[in-house]
Ligand binder design. Structure first.
Ligand SMILES: [Zn+2]
Length: 211
């Protein structure tokens, strides 16, 4: 996870929430499409929970889910609050689901908009995610509820790390210079899958250079 910032709510959402008798289930397909596009822009095209790149919608079905961070069941007053709405992947990359489908109607202890400094709360090892500090039970519980170490996600992270390893291996052998590593770090974009993991990996290599 990392912390995302929110912009203004799309006008369509504001308009709809003022309609009398408005319920989430009766939001039209057209309005939901507008909301999905707005979320993709705000989240640089990645899932708010696992941070992998969100697949493109197909004509048959959307490839993302709009999630209420604080569930509608316990926080009905936040049903249309833009600050409570995020975009999650469908989580179906393996038999064990993750992200919104895994957590369902349960609340997670960390809020991807309101909890500041989320990126630093997690570490990555061998494709797995773990709390950066032992004893960070909120980070641990968020990983468990979202099933962020499901087989599908771990193997996706591993292949992204393999690709990074290739990028960080100079063609003629040897090791990258500090300057080259800094350039690679600057090249990590928010719309890359698992950007925080990539940043951590490159920073670790840089720290070794500084020792
Ligand atoms: Zn996800």
């Amino acid at each position: 996870m990392r912390t995302f910032s929110k912009g203004a709510a799309p006008a369509e959402l504001e308009e709809y929430r003022r309609t009398s008798g408005a319920t989430w289930n009766s939001v039209t397909g057209g309005t939901k499409k507008v909301l999905r596009s707005a979320h993709r822009r705000e989240q640089s095209g990645v899932c708010v929970y696992c941070l992998r790149r969100l697949p493109k919608d197909t004509d048959a079905a959307p490839a993302i889910r709009i999630d209420h961070v604080r569930p509608r069941a316990t926080h009905p007053e936040l049903t249309f609050a833009w600050s409570n709405l995020v975009a999650s992947c469908l989580g179906n990359t393996s038999r064990k689901d993750h992200c919104d489908p895994a957590k369902g109607e349960r609340a997670i202890p960390l809020h991807p908009i309101e909890t500041l400094g989320l990126e630093a709360r997690f570490e990555y090892r061998g494709g797995k995610i773990k709390p950066a500090k032992t004893g960070d039970t909120d980070a641990r519980d968020a990983i468990r509820l979202l099933n962020l170490n499901g087989n599908g996600l771990v193997s996706m992270r591993k292949s992204v790390l393999d690709e990074l390893r290739r990028r960080l291996t100079p063609k003629g052998g040897g090791a990258f210079s500090r300057r080259a590593l800094e350039l690679q770090l600057a090249r990590v974009k928010e719309d890359d899958s698992f950007a925080p993991m990539l940043r951590q990996r490159i920073k670790k290599k840089l720290q070794k250079k500084l020792r």
